[in-house]
Design a protein around this ligand. Structure first.
Ligand code: GDP
Length: 445
C-alpha cells in the first residue's frame, strides 16, 4: 500500500538534497510536487489542499533545527502532517464498564465485514477477551454460513438464528445475542450486519434499528480501501444514515495508492481504528497513524515488526540461540532451522522485508523473492542426521550426495547451504563478540 505515494515523495525529497537553505521557490515547488503525489494517490481534494497548505506554512515558518538539513526538515514536516491527517494518536477500542462490550459492524456488501468480524474476534481473543460473533447479515444468502466458517477458523462461537426460525429479523437476533452473551459470560459481542452493493435507504434503516436495539459501545464502519475516493463518499452516507465511531480499512494489501486511508479521517472526523491487509486471519491490527506515516515515507515499520516478532518468537529459543552465537555453545544447523521456522511465523519474506526501512528500492526484487527457497533449505537440513546438523564438518562427498537425494536437491545446493551457514556463523560470532562487521561504516539514521 502507498507504493505510488512513497515513490513520489521520495523523488521530491531527493530534489531537495544538498540544498543549503530552502528558497520560497523551493518550497513552492516542493508543495506542488507533494500536491501531485497526493492527488495521484487518490486523496480527496479538500484534504490535499489542507495538507499542502500546512506544509508550506510550516516550511516557511522556518522551524529551523540545527540538527536537520532542509531536506530532512521537509521530511519531518511531511511526516508530522501525515500522522496528523491519519488521526494523530492510535485510537483504541472502548470497552463497556459493565456487561458485554457491543461492537457493531456496518458497511457495504463486499467491504470485507464478515472476514473482518472473524479477524477482530481473533485479535480480541489474543487480548484475553472472550468474544461472541453474531450473524445479523440475513440478507446475503451465504453470509451466516460464511461467518460460521470464519468463526470456526478462529475458534470463536457464532450466534445465528436457527434455520427457518425468525430468520427474517436481524434486530431480534442482535437483541437475543446480547442476552446470550450476558448469560454465557462472553465479554465482547461482535454484530455483523447486512450490507448492500450500494447505499440504500432500507439497509440504513435496518442498521439504524439494530443500533437502537443493542446500543453498541462502538459502531465500526468497514470499508474497502481499494475503492479509493468512493470510500469517502460511502463513509459520509453511513455517517449520516447510521453514524459510526471509527473506521476499519480492509484490503489495504490490494491498495497501492492509499487515498482512502489518507482522506477518511479528515473528511468524516472519525479515526481509522483498525487496518486489515490480507486474506489471512492474522492480517489485521490496530491502525497506528505514526507507523503508517513512517511506512509512507519508507522509514519502515520497525515497531510493527518488533511487536510481531515478540508475539511469535519463542523467547527461550531466541535466548539459547543468542548464547550459542556469543560463543557459549555451538550454533548448529538445527538451531539455524529453528530460527528460520520462527522467522517464517512472521509472515512471508517479502512482507517482513517490506517493513524494514529503506527497502522501497528493493521492491521488485522482493516481489520476485521465491518463498519456496526457505522450504528447500528446510528440506536439506531435515535430510541430515543429528550428528551432521551438529557438525557440518563431517559432511563428506557421500553424505552430501545422500542428503541431496533425500531432499530432492542437487549436491551443489547442499554445498551452497553449508557454505552459507558456515559463513553466516562466522560473521555472527564476530558481531556477537563485538568485532563489528568490517567495512560497514556507520549505520545511517
Ligand atoms: P462482506 O460482504 O462485507 O461480509 O465481505 P466479505 O468478508 O465476504 O469479503 C469480501 C471479499 O473480500 C472476500 O473474498 C474476502 O476474502 C476478501 N477480503 C476481505 N478482507 C480482505 C483483505 O484485507 N485483503 C484482501 N486481499 N481481501 C480481503
Amino acid at each position: 500500500m502507498f507504493a505510488t505515494l512513497s515513490d513520489r515523495l521520495s523523488d521530491t525529497f531527493k530534489n531537495l538534497r544538498g540544498k543549503g537553505r530552502l528558497s520560497e521557490a523551493d518550497i513552492d515547488a516542493t508543495a506542488r510536487e507533494i500536491r501531485i503525489a497526493l492527488l495521484e494517490a487518490d486523496v480527496a481534494l479538500p484534504v490535499v489542499k489542507e495538507f499542502t497548505a500546512a506544509i508550506k506554512e510550516r516550511a516557511r515558518g522556518e522551524e529551523v533545527s540545527q540538527a536537520l538539513n532542509p531536506a530532512q526538515q521537509i521530511v519531518k514536516i511531511v511526516n508530522d502532517e501525515l500522522i496528523e491527517i491519519l488521526g494523530g494518536e492510535t485510537r483504541r477500542l472502548r470497552y463497556a464498564k459493565t456487561g458485554p462490550t457491543v461492537i457493531m459492524l456496518a458497511g457495504l456488501q463486499g467491504a470485507g465485514k464478515t472476514t473482518l468480524a472473524a479477524k477482530l474476534a481473533l485479535w480480541l481473543k489474543e487480548q484475553g477477551k472472550s468474544p461472541l460473533l453474531v450473524a445479523c447479515d440475513l440478507q446475503r444468502p451465504n453470509a451466516v454460513n460464511q461467518l460460521q466458517v470464519n468463526g470456526e477458523r478462529v475458534g470463536v462461537p457464532v450466534f445465528a438464528p436457527e434455520p427457518g426460525n425468525g430468520t427474517g429479523n436481524p434486530v431480534a437476533v442482535a437483541q437475543a445475542s446480547i442476552e446470550e452473551a450476558a448469560r454465557k459470560l462472553y465479554d465482547v459481542v461482535i454484530v455483523d450486519t447486512a450490507g448492500r452493493l450500494g447505499v440504500d435507504a432500507e439497509m440504513m434503516q435496518q442498521a439504524k434499528d439494530i443500533r437502537a436495539a443493542v446500543n453498541p459501545d462502538e459502531v465500526l464502519f468497514v470499508v474497502d480501501a481499494m475503492i479509493g475516493q468512493d470510500a469517502v463518499t460511502t463513509a459520509l452516507a453511513f455517517q449520516e444514515g447510521v453514524g459510526f465511531d471509527g473506521v476499519v480499512l480492509t484490503k489495504l494489501d490490494g491498495d497501492a495508492r492509499g487515498g482512502a486511508a489518507l482522506s477518511i479521517r479528515s473528511i468524516t472526523g472519525k479515526p481509522v481504528m483498525f487496518a486489515s491487509a490480507g486474506e489471512k486471519m492474522t492480517d489485521f491490527d490496530l491502525f497506528h497513524p505514526d507507523r503508517m506515516a513512517g511506512r509512507i515515507l519508507d522509514m519502515g515499520d520497525m515497531l510493527t515488526l518488533i511487536e510481531q516478532a515478540e508475539k511469535v518468537f519463542d523467547q527461550e529459543q531466541a535466548f539459547k540461540a543468542a548464547e550459542k552465537l556469543s560463543g557459549k555453545g555451538d550454533f548448529t544447523l538445527d538451531d539455524f532451522l529453528t530460527q528460520m521456522q520462527q522467522i517464517r511465523k512472521l509472515g512471508s519474506m517479502s512482507k517482513i522485508m517490506g517493513m524494514l526501512p529503506g527497502m522501497g528500492q528493493f521492491k521488485d526484487a522482493l516481489a520476485n523473492f521465491d518463498e519456496r527457497e526457505i522450504d528447500r533449505i528446510q528440506a536439506i537440513i531435515q535430510s541430515m542426521t543429528p550428528a551432521e546438523r551438529d557438525n557440518p564438518k563431517i559432511l563428506d562427498g557421500s553424505r552430501r550426495l545422500r542428503i541431496a537425494k533425500g531432499s530432492g536437491r542437487q549436491v551443489s545446493d547442499v554445498n551452497q547451504l553449508v557454505d552459507r551457514f558456515t559463513e553466516a556463523k562466522k560473521m555472527m560470532q564476530q558481531l556477537a563478540n563485538g568485532g563489528g562487521m568490517p567495512g560497514m561504516g556507520p549505520v545511517p539514521g
